[in-house]
Design a protein around this ligand. Structure first.
Ligand SMILES: NC(=O)c1ccc[n+]([C@@H]2O[C@H](COP(=O)([O-])OP(=O)(O)OC[C@H]3O[C@@H](n4cnc5c(N)ncnc54)[C@H](OP(=O)(O)O)[C@@H]3O)[C@@H](O)[C@H]2O)c1
Length: 206
């Protein structure tokens, strides 16, 4: 996640494209490491980002996109992920019966399976059961909250951006319906490049 000096992780009107090329390069390094890239449908539609290792488009090592949602409405048309034709990904929806892919994403490139889940843990268990061990979660904050509530996060990467825009919104990197039990972290690294700071935390296991 990237956060402004005054704590914002979402912009009221714009897509989130505030990080520097260095921040994107670091994100790409994580994407290259990851087997899967988990992102919410809301963030994908809002920011319309590519779900690949963007600085190395010809790399053989792109994470598998995993898109999470709860509503049955169709995807916004013309998303970049669609145009760029990933090799394949999957959709997860928190309802009892899986819909047909065509209802969610009429022109989706070949055979992205649609799975259903009760608990967010179901997604992680299924991915791990199929050999996807390294899972990178890229938000947004509400989806992050579901993962934190289920105690599914081991590490946290946070970029501090030299920006402020104030306002009254209460966006933050992790949003949950109710406060969750305190989670503690150890600072693994703290690096500065120009005006940004990159923080890497590991969860303390009790
Ligand atoms: N600063 C950063 O690094 C960063 C990173 C990522 C995103 N963002 C920003 O975050 C904002 C969006 O964040 P957000 O918190 O509003 O939303 P979000 O976390 O991106 O999306 C929440 C998603 O979770 C699904 N969902 C909600 N409750 C659920 C449940 N109980 N079970 C299953 N799925 C559930 C929703 O599905 P439906 O779509 O079907 O409702 C929705 O897609 C955007 O402005 C984006 O730019 C910032």
């Amino acid at each position: 996640m990237a956060m402004t000096l005054d704590g914002h992780v979402a912009h009221p009107t714009q897509a989130w494209e505030f990080g520097s090329p260095e921040d994107r390069r670091r994100m790409d390094r994580l994407r290259e490491w990851a087997d899967c890239l988990v992102v919410s449908r809301r963030t994908l539609e809002h920011d319309d980002m590519n779900l690949t290792v963007r600085t190395k488009p010809h790399s053989k090592r792109h994470p598998r996109p995993v898109i999470v949602m709860k509503s049955l409405r169709p995807f916004k048309p013309n998303l970049r992920t669609l145009k760029n034709r990933h090799r394949g990904g999957e959709l997860w929806i928190s309802i009892a019966t899986p819909p047909k892919i065509e209802t969610l994403w009429p022109d989706l490139h070949e055979m992205w399976p649609v799975f259903t889940f009760n608990q967010i843990h179901d997604i992680v268990s299924s991915l791990q059961g199929r050999g996807y061990q390294k899972i990178l979660l890229e938000g947004g904050p509400t989806l992050n909250g579901l993962f934190f509530e289920s105690n599914l996060v081991d590490e946290f990467y946070l970029t501090i951006l030299p920006l402020i825009w104030g306002g009254k919104t209460t966006d933050r990197s992790v949003i949950t319906e109710n406060p969750i039990p305190l989670q503690r972290f150890t600072l693994r690294s703290c690096e500065r490049r120009k005006n940004e700071i990159y923080l890497h935390y590991a969860k303390k296991r009790t």
